[in-house]
Design a protein around this ligand. Structure first.
Ligand code: GLN
Length: 609
């Protein structure tokens, strides 16, 4: 087993996750089986109890693991299924060690950070790295380990020490370190400054780890002289330094790194024996095509996301990506407007009329609307307003989890005339509890107690011609990931269906409502699960496809054609050979040039992985 440890320097948030996933994508393109581990050095057991404001969305895995959103990057880039154990936190490691201590495993000894915690980290990494990849059933050859935060953080010290020991445990040819560092370019001088990188590499060395690769993140490409300086001061050869400027999209990062010889370097350094290295790997080709396609999107669609964590866009990162995957497939640039749900509420007309009118204006100009998941009371009334507006005005709508529940509440109040209908999460004493808690998932404990992970949804026989069923390929059942504590009250289902709200998908016991669709509406679909987690760049999620197609008024013809898009010219037809496509991409990505790349947007901001 080979290990690539990715550490961060200077500041976090410069795309370490995307770079780590790209290392994996490159190796995968060479036919190497890859897995990954993300280390989050906080004491929480998992990300389940986090505020989306602080860490962005909680990503959910098949096995119900509530993890850091970077795991989403790995799944999307590598097209693999990860497990709870692929996310290590300080809390998990300490819990393991404390459990062992209680069990008497260390009888007579003082339990300490070194060696007990550091040993536990190494054992965990070795164990999880060996786990066969679900998709292929094969044992991975390479494990990418991303250490969250930056080197020097107090929180990550035990992990750095664990890997200092680990490099000797697994031997040099099986372990390498890539250090991702920011190289700022202050406006005052316009020069790239290497000092922060020098200092962070010195810090890493001081802790006993030497970088094999230094990944320099900067807005614009760094020149050879800057590389030389880093090489001199950081004690690495220039070819071990790679500059990654802001690129048009994250799809270009693996291709960019590949064009800088990363496959060759890793092959040699880790004795991976990737020979021969073809000029353009088949897998890489799909990334190149995807990146190219993104730049030639013919149409535009504006999607409103009516949420309550809109201050931090990362809170809805998987939804944004799923929308982009669908847009890309359809040939549409997706513009997203984040609309704060509570600003749509009537009370805001008095409290803050400017915010109220601007939120309503934004909602009205959107081509389609997503009401995403969420917890607690705040913003629920605003979400209900958004559901009503879409229902009444025939605006394409996708409700997800809480958005599914608010669609039900809205319908109950305004169509079934159940005044004050609500979810018991919002009002325990409501006269019409149309959304209620699931007792087995509401134990009072807050961590890991929801209905979590992959579950099967069965389409009712009557739903076989529904839009959403056809979008899913007219199958009988589907598997999607869940994260909720409340459900639609089964007592009211008949009443809803009589009035045109059809629950077309249910759980295997036919007790839990999973998908609803409105009769007589261009696209009004809501789902109790989170389809965004399984959307992939090359395999977009059906409910999102339906939404974007409906926004473009193309859904009918798409369904009519048996869910086929009008054939688009394959990118490969534009080029005579693989080499030509390769050269063109290299040129576009400015490989080997120090000139400024004016393709502007930072890949972190136009992130579409
Ligand atoms: N708060 C709702 C529930 O727990 C919805 C959860 C969600 O949107 N993820 O059921």
């Amino acid at each position: 087993m080979k290990y690539i440890l990715i550490t961060g320097g200077v500041i976090s948030g410069v795309g370490k996750g995307v770079i780590s996933s790209s290392f994996g994508a490159i190796l995968k393109s060479c036919g190497i089986e890859v897995t990954s581990i993300k280390i989050d050095p906080y004491i929480n057991l998992d990300a389940g109890t986090f505020s989306p404001y602080e860490h962005g969305e909680v990503y959910v895995l098949d096995d119900g693991g509530e993890v850091d959103l970077d795991l989403g990057n790995y799944e999307r880039f590598l097209n693999i299924t990860l497990h709870k154990q692929n996310n290590i936190t300080t809390g998990k490691i300490y819990q393991t060690v404390i459990d062992r201590e209680r069990h008497g495993d260390y009888l007579g000894k003082t339990v300490q950070v070194v060696p007990h915690i550091t040993d536990a980290v190494q054992e965990w990494v070795e164990r999880v790295a060996q786990k066969p990849v679900s998709e292929s059933g094969k044992t991975p050859e390479v494990c990418i380990i991303e250490l969250g935060g930056i080197v020097g953080d107090i929180e990550s010290m035990a992990f750095v020490e664990a890997f200092r020991q680990f490099q000797f445990r697994v031997k040099r040819e099986n372990f390498c370190v890539a250090h991702v560092s920011l190289v700022p370019q202050p406006k005052t001088t316009g020069e790239h400054k290497t000092k922060p990188t020098q200092q962070s590499v010195r810090e890493l060395r001081g802790l006993g780890l030497s970088p094999d690769i230094i990944v320099c993140r900067s807005e614009r490409p760094i020149g050879d002289s800057v590389k030389e300086k880093i090489s001199n001061f950081c004690h690495v050869a220039p070819q071990q330094i790679i500059s990654i400027p802001d690129l048009y999209s994250v799809y270009e990062v693996p291709v960019f790194m590949e064009n800088h010889g990363m496959a060759e370097y890793l092959s040699k350094r880790l004795q991976l024996d990737i020979t021969p290295l073809p000029p353009l790997r088949k897998y890489m080709r799909s990334w190149i095509e995807l990146g190219e396609r993104m730049k030639h999107l013919k149409y535009e669609v504006t999607v409103g996301i009516v949420g309550k964590y809109t201050r931090l866009e990362d809170s809805y990162t998987s939804i944004t990506k799923a929308l982009n995957h669908a847009g890309n497939e359809i040939g549409c640039k997706v513009n997203i407007k984040f609309i704060e749900a509570s600003n749509l509420e009537a009370t805001m007309l008095v409290d803050d009329p400017v915010a109220y009118h601007s939120a309503w204006h934004n909602l009205c100009v959107c081509d389609c609307v997503v009401v995403p998941g969420g917890f607690g009371k705040r913003g629920v009334e605003g979400k209900i307003e958004a559901c009503k507006w879409c229902r009444v005005n025939g605006k394409p709508f996708l409700g997800i989890c809480l958005g599914f529940q608010t669609a039900v509440i809205e319908f109950a109040r305004n169509v079934l005339k159940m005044e004050g209908a609500n979810s018991t999460e919002v009002n325990e004493d409501t006269k019409y509890p149309v959304v209620i808690d699931m007792p087995e998932h509401n134990t009072g404990e807050m961590g890991g107690t929801m209905r979590l992970g992959k579950r099967t949804t069965v389409f009712k026989p009557s739903a076989i011609r529904s839009k959403i069923n056809r979008l899913y390929g007219s199958v009988d059942k589907i598997d999607e990931r869940h994260r909720h504590r409340y459900e639609v009250n089964p007592e009211y289902i008949q009443e809803f269906e009589k009035h045109g709200m059809q629950f077309v998908g249910v759980d295997v016991d036919q007790q839990r409502m999973e998908i609803l669709e409105l009769d007589n509406h261009p696209y009004y679909v809501a789902v109790q699960f989170h389809p965004e987690y399984l959307s992939r760049p090359m395999n977009p999620s059906p409910p999102f496809m339906g939404l974007i197609l409906a926004a473009r008024d193309k859904l009918k013809s798409y369904l009519h054609k048996g869910c086929k898009l009008s054939p688009r010219e394959p990118q490969s037809d534009y080029y005579d050979s693989d080499e030509e496509l390769h050269d063109l991409t290299a040129k576009k990505l400015n490989v080997g040039s120090n000139e400024h790349d004016d393709s502007s947007s930072a890949y972190s901001s136009s992130s579409v992985s």
